[in-house]
Ligand binder design. Structure first.
Ligand SMILES: [Zn+2]
Length: 436
């Protein structure tokens, strides 16, 4: 503050109204709200039809929600001048497009504030609406259209992307209409160690066609820049990628491989449980009790959990569960191995072992083995391109999940997509570095 330059106090400047070409004439600042009466700083009496100087006829009031003044919702009460041209008879209102959209209810300043509040501070639309004293829909429409214009439609957000992850999500639990969305994530910052991943796009549906269409819809330079795509084991994403970006390497996401191995443990446990006890797992059953401990990585087990696993495998009845558990731990062990050459070797050996000649009784392990053998190249590709996993994108998934939870306003997938992009599309730095 030692370098402060003092001038006379000015509400127009303080409320960023001079940027909008307005000047405050009167104020009514109360504890819970502020009303600022203002008018255009520069009168513009010139007739656009004949060029003559027109007479001021009167003014009409227009109310606009504006950037909150402190915590107070702030309304601009603008006295909009009306002119009448004596020369040609034309009458008009002065142009207010520098202040707000033609039929908008929020000033440009208020809209920018709302966008920052959602993108940077993760305020809910309900809170934003409250601060602006407008309806939820008014706030939502303003934030989404400004966010789309300023951030989502900016082609620069696709620049420099080399690594993407593709995954599918359920976006709502409704029987009719589209239930799935395909989520495309930029993993480049993780791979380069420059920051977190970010949501790149979200499209309805989950088939090969959906991903292919999306890839085709991008610019040729974007497609040429992609060299790694992380994906799961089943969907047609791989075929789509091979068709449209044939030079990109498909990586089967460790996140999915670990999940498959975990499912192998679960289904084996359930089958063995049924065979021994003739019923599904209940609270007293040892296999059921250990269901979470079984899915904990070896290096994370505490002494008590270790004993539980030991006791569980002391009986021959559980030998098949133990075998599935061993496979699961080996999968995790390979991904935890710091030396990527050694890691790849471990994984290759495991795939060879369970990809062939597994006794028929071990249905679940045999099935996992077939899947991993079929996708061996993609599974092993991970170790050549470490960091290419959708696993670190939990933050994004959590956000998407949270937004889906507040799905009230998202009957419309377009709105959900925009909102998800605004919150997880990595726009916070852009808003910090002075985009309005
Ligand atoms: Zn005129």
């Amino acid at each position: 503050m030692s370098n402060a330059t003092f001038t006379a106090p000015c509400l127009s400047t303080f409320c960023e109204l001079d940027e909008l070409g307005l000047v405050v004439t009167r104020q009514d600042v109360r504890r819970r709200e502020a009303i600022l009466e203002c008018r255009r700083a520069e009168p513009d009496p010139w007739c656009r039809t004949c060029g003559a100087e027109a007479k001021l006829r009167d003014t009409v009031p227009r109310r606009l929600a504006h950037t909150p003044f402190g915590d107070r919702p702030t309304t601009l009460l603008i006295r909009v001048r009306r002119y009448a041209c004596d020369h040609c008879g034309r009458t008009w209102r002065e142009d207010m497009t520098s202040v707000a959209e033609p039929r908008g209810k929020i000033s440009h300043g208020g809209v920018s504030w709302a966008l920052r509040a959602v993108v940077r501070d993760h305020l809910t639309i309900a809170r934003v609406a409250e601060h602006l004293r407008v309806s939820w829909h008014t706030a939502n429409d303003a934030v989404l259209s400004e966010g789309q214009r300023l951030l989502v439609n900016d082609p620069a957000r696709f620049e420099g992307v080399t690594t993407i992850g593709v995954d599918e999500h359920i976006w709502r639990h409704v029987r009719f209409k589209e239930k799935y969305v395909t989520v495309i994530i930029d993993l480049t910052p993780i791979r380069n160690g420059t920051g977190p991943s970010r949501l790149l796009d979200l499209v309805p549906g989950r088939s090969k066609d959906v991903f292919r269409q999306w890839l085709r819809g991008q610019s040729p330079s974007f497609r040429a820049g992609i060299d790694v795509i992380a994906m799961d084991g089943f969907t047609g994403f791989k075929t789509a990628a091979a068709e449209v970006v044939p030079d990109a390497t498909a990586v089967m996401d460790p996140f999915h491989v670990v999940r498959l191995a975990g499912e192998c443990v679960d289904t084996t446990r359930q089958r063995v449980q049924q065979q021994i006890l003739g019923h599904r797992g209940r609270s007293g059953d040892p296999l059921y009790q250990a269901r979470r401990t079984l899915l904990t990585g070896l290096d994370l087990l505490n002494a008590r959990q270790f004993d539980r696993i030991d006791a569980l495998f002391a009986t021959d009845d559980h030998v098949e569960v133990e075998m599935a558990w061993n496979v699961y731990q080996k999968v995790i062990g390979a991904y935890r191995e710091k030396n990527k050459k050694k890691a790849a070797k471990k994984m290759r050996r495991l795939i060879e072992a369970i990809g062939t000649a597994v006794p028929a009784a071990l249905v679940e392990i045999a099935k996992l083995g077939r899947t991993l053998r079929r996708r061996a190249a993609d599974v092993l590709a991970y170790f050549e391109h470490p960091g290419t996993s959708n696993g670190p994108t939990e933050a994004i998934n959590g956000r998407l999940e949270h937004l889906r939870g507040s799905a009230l306003g998202f009957r419309n997938l377009d709105h959900y997509r925009l909102r998800a992009l605004l919150e997880t599309g990595g726009f916070r730095p852009a808003l910090h570095s002075g985009l309005r």
